[in-house]
Design a protein around this ligand. Sequence first.
Ligand code: ADP
Length: 555
Amino acid sequence: EQLDRQTTLLTAIINALPDPIVITDTSNAIVVLNKRAEQLLALRADDSEGRRRAVEINNLLYSAFLSKAVTPGSSGGARELNLVDPNEGTDLLFEVLAHPLPDEMARRGSFLSVLRDVTDLKQAAHQLQRQFHRERVAEQQATRERDRLELILQNVADPILVTDGKSNIILMNRQAEDLFDLTDATRHDQTMVQRVRNNDTKVTSFISDFALTKDRARRAQVSLVRPSNGVPLPMEMVSGKIFDERGEPMAIVSVLHDRTKEVENERLYEELKRFSAELEDRVREATRDLEERNIRLQWQSQELEKAYRLKSEFLANMSHELRTPINALIGYTALMLDRIYGDLTAKQEEGLHRIQVSSQHLLALINDILDLAKIEAGKMPVHLERLSLNDLLHDVAAQMEPMVKRKGLEFIVQLPAEPVYMETDRTKVRQIVLNLISNAVKFTAQGSVSISARANGQDVRIAVSDTGIGIRPQDLEVIFEEFRQVDQSRTREYGGTGLGLSITRKLIALLGGNIAVASQYGRGSTFTVTLPLASEALTSDEQVARVALAPPPRT
Ligand code: ADP
């Protein structure tokens, strides 16, 4: 009875244990199971299909484990065994502690196995391992990130430095080292050491000022020097705070950017501005000067115009005043020569002749001067009309014929075969041709005087030739100047005022044409006038300009 009680007690104890306990015999057959082991390994009458299968699998797994692990004679040890929870269907992991039972209790080869459930433990270990692995990966990533940052830092062209909460430099790139770090090369040179120190002081004082503020970033300009050569380095410095997870600033990153080029550009820009202002001043001054000169010129031109007008008025008045008495002279001389006032002695007649010739010369001179004055003042009226050149030349030839014949010269007139019509000033063309023919007659003792004309595109060419005394090459230009007579000694011989060709050239210019002369000294001369088929009406200013700018005669 006592034994029974002990057995019941023992059974109660093993059944109370949370770990499955199994006793196997020498053939590895299960002999005893406690309650927990039964749940895993023993089939019951009311088992569900799922549970039954799970228990069968567990038995297979357990016996396989035993045949492998618990060899006869072994002193036992911890081995892992996988089973299935028949109720839950989940995997379970056990650590099996097998103890050989003493001989007196059972036959040799019997084992007591305690299965310790380590499922949760293993899971925890797995999780730990995974966690550990994750951390290692994160650490590697962090290292890689740091290397990458380091690479960037070293390769950024701008100096970068990082300072801690006490404004001590804790990290800088090579570019920053050049400015703020003593190297072996600089350490021994006092000036270089001083330069590095100055740079450092400037930058760290800026940073510590910034650190005291609540600002997150700050930008400023600092003047540093390159330690190696003392060259000034105007820098722009941008600093930003780095905060820890509690939001406390833990470091300051500062990037410096060399502003030398900008400073130089700014300087150039300023210089340019100054230069342009100077230029503006000068232009303004010059403009003022020009304005003054303009005013002076305007005043002068007004004065000139006034003088011109006065001259023209004077000449007009004077020529009228002069012509009246000369006409009286000419008139009365003619009367006297006609013996209206009685008979004349030969001497008286000769004297009167001289008076007549001189008065006529004077009258011609005054008329010429008046013409010139009018042309120069732009007051020579130009009356354009449509006319037949053939008719005009025919009339002029008829008018001149007696004069030519009187000198015993041949008069050759060659008019265009087809009638030529012009839009021009009849009186002026007449005057031009008359002047040239009378010169030709005047300077020709024998031979011929010829006139020819032909249309040539938009122009008409009228040529007057003679077989007279001719003109020396050096005189060809001057004969068109006012009061120029080639040979003063011959003036008396041929008469004339020295204004004829000058007036002729100006009249031709007024009509938009030009004159050329060709001559062989002692052989004769040819004056060729080119006139446009249609002349244009000009204002008095245009007349003045055209006459003043008339091209020199072409030879
Ligand atoms: P002038 O009243 O003296 O003829 P012009 O102006 O008509 O004045 O001529 C100027 C000078 O040109 C003349 O004095 C003369 O020396 C020279 N001249 C003009 N036409 C001829 C010509 N057909 N043959 C030679 N010389 C001429």
